[in-house]
Design a binder for this molecule. Structure first.
Ligand SMILES: Cc1cc2nc3c(=O)[nH]c(=O)nc-3n(C[C@H](O)[C@H](O)[C@H](O)COP(=O)(O)OP(=O)(O)OC[C@H]3O[C@@H](n4cnc5c(N)ncnc54)[C@H](O)[C@@H]3O)c2cc1C
Length: 398
């Protein structure tokens, strides 16, 4: 493993995290899968115990800013930890890193009262956030088309909104709803604001959990807000600045995704190698066949390329640069890498690969989503290409 910027401290932390994942989380996956479909079990089940254990072992919320109760690790160091956390689908919930995007957003824009009410318990793992940007009726990849609205009535915002893929809304304490508050603004990017809406506010309805790719137990929700009233001080950040706030949330979030995908891909890679060295067909082990060796070599190259690009983006973020090109590059390249490595691992497993008897089937679904959420591949390619066509020397390596 290349160890760019990996200090002894982070290496030791990484080893402890690895032990926690391999000894505590991975063996509990089957129970966690069952628990996912049973909200009652979730309240006092395996995940609750894993979270407590991670806290006891000093592995909790390591990437959250230190001043809000996190470990304060810089992005670069967190890549090394998150690629371990990402080995399990449940890793990020178990070690309190699942809400990092929202915690960064609230840390940056929240009022002291908003931080007390939502940020502190979120970092402690006591409540979950959700975010409502995407709407079923307009293209989510062009947020200026968003139709949801909020108007000020005295001391209250009144919201009318229809969102979907509001992930986690059915068990979240609040949704950050992005909606039009300044419909007359000439600048179409300044028409929107972010408003914090508790999910138990009258008029807030989870219409359904949207079934995805044959899976009914996910938590991507369609929500409707009809005349929902929240106090004026639930506005997050300044009026009309919703896009800037969303970008500040999504930018680091995309790096966190890429870090996690490295862990998923590495696990798929290990499963592929194990299967190839155990399965015999047509006179030899699969591992002895040139075509299978090509899958192994291509996967190793894809993972390492994505790792180095992810570390590069993390370093740019730590240096305080905007890192727009670096982030878009890893968003589409990382998602493609994840998809391709898992796809090859499934292929090597044959029919077993598409069953739920290995983690690959679930990983493959998640990998397919990765090419769409937080901006589809095409939009990130567009961002990169437009910038580089304007100035080819704007590339970070130029
Ligand atoms: C698993 C999952 C979880 C999600 N979680 C959340 C969440 O928590 N909160 C939230 O608000 N949203 C969430 N989303 C929604 C996600 O952010 C949107 O799906 C995404 O922004 C794309 O919007 P859309 O689905 O409306 O697709 P559209 O905008 O309709 O785009 C459809 C397709 O058009 C093509 N396309 C779009 N623009 C261009 C372009 N400029 N050039 C070329 N082709 C283009 C792409 O192929 C794209 O996939 C989630 C999505 C998934 C799959």
């Amino acid at each position: 493993m290349g160890s760019y910027g990996l200090t002894d401290d982070v290496r030791a932390l990484r080893e402890r995290m690895r032990r926690f994942l391999d000894e505590q989380v991975l063996p509990a996956e089957a129970d966690l899968e069952r628990e996912e479909h049973d909200p009652a079990a979730r309240r006092d089940g395996v995940m609750v115990r894993l979270k407590a254990r991670a806290q006891e072992e000093g592995l909790w919320a390591l990437g959250h800013p230190a001043e809000i109760g996190g470990g304060g690790l810089p992005f670069m160091a967190f890549v090394y930890l998150n690629e371990i956390i990402g080995r399990s689908h449940w890793g990020q919930v178990a070690v309190g890193s699942v809400s990092m995007q929202d915690s960064i957003m609230l840390h940056r824009y929240g009022t002291p009262e908003q931080k007390r009410r939502w940020l502190e318990p979120m970092v402690a793992g006591e409540l979950y956030p959700s975010v409502g940007l995407t709407e079923p009726d307009v293209a989510g990849s062009d947020p200026t088309l968003m139709q949801s609205q909020a108007r000020l009535d005295g001391n209250e915002w009144v919201l009318d909104a229809h969102k979907w893929f509001t992930s986690g809304a059915s068990h979240a304490a609040f949704t950050t709803v992005f909606c039009q508050t300044e419909p007359d603004s000439v600048d179409r990017w300044s028409r929107f604001s972010a408003i914090l809406v508790p999910t138990d506010t009258p008029g807030y309805e989870v219409v359904r959990v949207v079934p995805t790719m044959g899976h009914t137990g996910g938590d991507h929700c369609e929500i409707r807000l009809r005349g929902v009233r929240v106090p004026k001080d639930h506005l997050l950040g300044p009026r009309g600045q919703g896009f800037g706030i969303a970008q500040k949330r999504l930018g680091p979030g995309r790096i966190f995704h890429c870090m996690r995908w490295l862990g998923q891909a590495q696990r798929a890679f290990e499963l592929m190698c194990a299967r190839a060295t155990a399965r015999f067909a047509h006179g030899s082990l699969l591992a002895e066949k040139g075509e299978i060796q090509r899958y192994v070599a291509e996967s190793a190259a894809d993972i390492q390329a994505a790792r180095l690009m992810t570390l590069d983006a993390a370093m740019a973020m730590d240096q305080g640069t905007e890192a727009r090109i670096e982030i878009s590059l890893i968003k589409f390249r990382g998602a493609q890498m994840l998809h391709d490595v898992i796809d090859r691992a499934i292929q090597v497993h044959g029919a077993l690969g598409v069953t739920a008897d290995t983690p690959l089937e679930r990983m493959y679904r998640e990998a397919r989503y990765a090419r769409i959420y937080d901006g589809p591949d095409e939009v990130h390619r567009m961002v990169v290409a437009r910038r580089l066509l304007r100035d080819p020397n704007a590339a970070p390596w130029a």
